[in-house]
Design a protein around this ligand. Structure first.
Ligand SMILES: C[S@@+](CC[C@H](N)C(=O)[O-])C[C@H]1O[C@@H](n2cnc3c(N)ncnc32)[C@H](O)[C@@H]1O
Length: 225
């Protein structure tokens, strides 16, 4: 079981552990119209691939079918058990991604619906970790949404903190950063990434690689301070 000191991250981890069994009840598929799935499948990385925050295996079987090897990381043992049922043969790792360090480099890194849960103050360090997980020339692919319901915005529109409820009414506060695709692309460029982001409705997806090792190293150094 991962031990997490930051109460905000701990509550987010607890939420996803608790919601694992009903995760797909809360999916937003009607808003995506299949476009995001097709785009991600077309861009899916090949070779040795790392999936961050795999959840119950939403994307894992598709990634595994295209990769030579797939390693999938998540903090929730409940999510990992569901993912393992959907994608046999994948190496699963239980870890807090904000404390985890890749133990090798990959041809590609993918994360679905996780970036919006990365607190703003951890954004640079998160992307520095992604860069450290990639071989030179490796590709990052990600997908997410900026969708937040009026009910969730108990701290107001301007807060990244929202309140989510399980089917039984139990409430958890989590982070949901409503990234705007153009701003996100610029922010990543400033960190040394060359990433192209596309959007459809509340969804966006991106694909790219580290463009400048120099800028990136600065970002990693900043992040580790
Ligand atoms: C919105 S779900 C996304 C799951 C899946 N990738 C998808 O697209 O459906 C977020 C996932 O992040 C995981 N997670 C949350 N905080 C984490 C952390 N600190 N370290 C690792 N995984 C975390 C949760 O357990 C959950 O599976």
């Amino acid at each position: 079981m991962v031990a997490v000191m930051d109460p905000q991250l701990a509550e987010q981890i607890a939420y996803y552990r608790a919601i694992a069994a009903e995760y797909f009840d809360h999916a937003l598929d009607e808003l995506g119209g299949g476009e995001i799935e097709s785009a991600v499948a077309a861009a899916a990385p090949r070779g040795d691939v790392l999936e961050l925050a795999c959840g119950p295996g939403t994307w894992t079987p598709m990634l595994a079918a295209r990769a030579t090897t797939l390693t999938a990381v998540d903090s929730s043992p409940e999510m990992l058990a569901l993912a393992a049922r959907r994608a046999p043969g994948v190496r699963f790792v239980e870890a807090d991604l904000f404390a985890w360090e890749p133990d090798r480099r990959y041809d590609g890194v993918f994360f679905g619906f996780f970036l919006s849960h990365v607190p703003r103050e951890r954004f640079d360090a998160f992307w520095a970790m992604v860069a450290r997980a990639l071989k030179p020339g490796g590709r990052v692919v990600f997908a997410d949404d900026g969708y937040r319901t009026a009910d969730e915005l108990v701290y107001g529109e301007d807060s990244d903190r929202i309140r989510r409820r399980l089917n039984d009414g139990n409430a958890f506060d989590i982070i949901k950063v409503p990234h705007e695709p153009a701003t996100l692309q610029e922010r990543l460029r400033a960190l040394g990434w060359d990433v192209r982001i596309s959007a459809a409705g509340p969804f966006y997806w991106g694909e790219g690689s580290v463009s400048s090792q120099e800028t990136h190293r600065d970002g990693a150094d900043t992040a580790s301070r």
